[in-house]
Design a protein around this ligand. Structure first.
Ligand code: BG6
Length: 369
């Protein structure tokens, strides 16, 4: 049941405030994060972890990339992210001190399941971040951290993505607390961000009308680029993937700093570029770097669509369109920034008369390797 929406994807985009609230529920209290499923592994085991590898495919891998920044920051454990189907072919170094966190909406993706089995065989601690209750991957893993985002029907993942990021952040905060690597204030600040998140997500969902107009003018775009820095980088990758998946438009995401090392050659007159601008309040250095990137591409004729936090006027002279989002700490920005990108893909797909929920050649869950 689409609940009155034109597509499951539209419905699922609007469900993100509740999805994320459901991921958090029962896992925070009195300013601290406690995930019962992780606690069951025993604090000692969590304290000995010296390396985290996050695995997943597609959207799940981008959620993993975003989660990696936060887990490394909060738990002070080196974290790397690998595509599930690449993982075992590189003969990864795994010990009983390695935690392998798999991210999968369906919990049935064969590439990810095979990678998890490989990790189990090689003695790693396996944690599954999964949305579908009692799927194979969480059943095989040492611990299952369900996202509780509710069923996701559209092939293009939306609410599962924001819920996955949330779950990974909770894991990072739990590990940080158990390992003594974050202070009570940092923990309490993050918990407060979680509490404020549903309302901010609701506001971000309201970017729809502005995005619909933008998409209307851009319906015949042949290529769209996305730029971001830090956690904005995987968010840019996710924005590009959405566009490929459902609007069949060539799209690429780049780390903003990488632009000058090659991709800037792509910038031609009228080339649309979405730029995810970090907050000038909480990340002033990154912010100024990204604003310079905008100036560089604008000078070469790009059509700049800047996604900024409300009140950031620094990009106004250089942006053709500005999408304003509520204020949030750096780690929480991707959860908001991805929403206009999801709407954009949906609206371009619709404008092209395509099937938003069932794109060609794709399946919701790929159960072959
Ligand atoms: C792909 C889907 O095949 O699998 C993507 O089309 C999805 O939308 C990816 O992100 C991973 O799926 P899952 O269920 O493992 O998260």
């Amino acid at each position: 049941d689409k609940g009155g929406w034109s597509s499951f994807m539209a419905k699922e985009i609007t469900e993100q405030p509740e999805a994320v609230a459901n991921t958090v529920r029962g896992r925070v209290s009195a300013g601290t994060v406690e995930i019962p499923e992780l606690a069951a592994l025993g604090a000692e085991r969590l304290q000995t972890i010296d390396r985290v590898i996050i695995i997943g495919c597609g959207t799940a891998s981008y959620a993993g990339m975003i989660g990696a920044y936060a887990i490394e920051q909060w738990a002070r454990i080196p974290v790397e992210v690998q595509l599930s189907h690449e993982f075992r072919y590189r003969d990864p170094v795994l010990t009983d001190r390695t935690m392998v966190i798999s991210v999968s909406q369906s919990g049935e993706t064969m590439d990810t399941l095979m990678a998890v089995k490989y990790a189990i065989e090689h003695g790693a601690v396996t944690v599954s971040v999964c949305n579908s209750q009692s799927a194979t991957i969480p059943r095989e893993s040492d611990a299952a951290v369900y996202t509780h985002a509710g069923p996701e029907v559209a092939v293009a993942s939306t609410k599962a993505f924001t819920a996955q990021i949330t779950a990974l952040y909770l894991i990072g905060l739990h590990l940080g607390r158990v390992r003594g690597t974050i202070d009570a204030q940092t923990q309490a600040d993050a918990v407060q961000q979680f509490e404020l998140l549903p309302e901010k997500l609701r506001e971000a969902v309201e970017s729809h009308d502005q995005i619909a107009q933008l998409a209307h003018w851009m319906a015949d775009s042949r290529s769209v680029l996305f730029l971001g820095r830090h956690v904005g980088y995987p968010t840019a990758l996710e924005g590009a993937l959405k566009l490929k998946e459902i609007a069949y438009i060539h799209a690429e995401g780049f780390a903003a700093g990488e632009l000058k090392h090659g991709p800037i050659a792509l910038i031609d007159h009228g080339q649309p570029v979405f730029v995810l601008v970090p907050s000038p309040r909480t990340a002033p250095l990154m912010h100024s770097k990204v604003v310079s990137n905008i100036q560089e591409i604008r000078a070469r004729g790009a059509r700049v669509i800047a996604v900024v936090e409300k009140g950031d006027t620094s990009v106004l002279p250089y942006a053709d369109d500005v999408i304003r989002l509520p204020l949030a700490d750096v780690f929480f920005e991707p959860l908001l920034q991805v929403i206009p990108l999801q709407w954009f893909a949906l609206e371009l797909s619709t404008a092209k008369g395509l099937d938003v929920d069932q794109p060609r050649n794709l399946a919701k869950s790929v159960t072959v390797e």
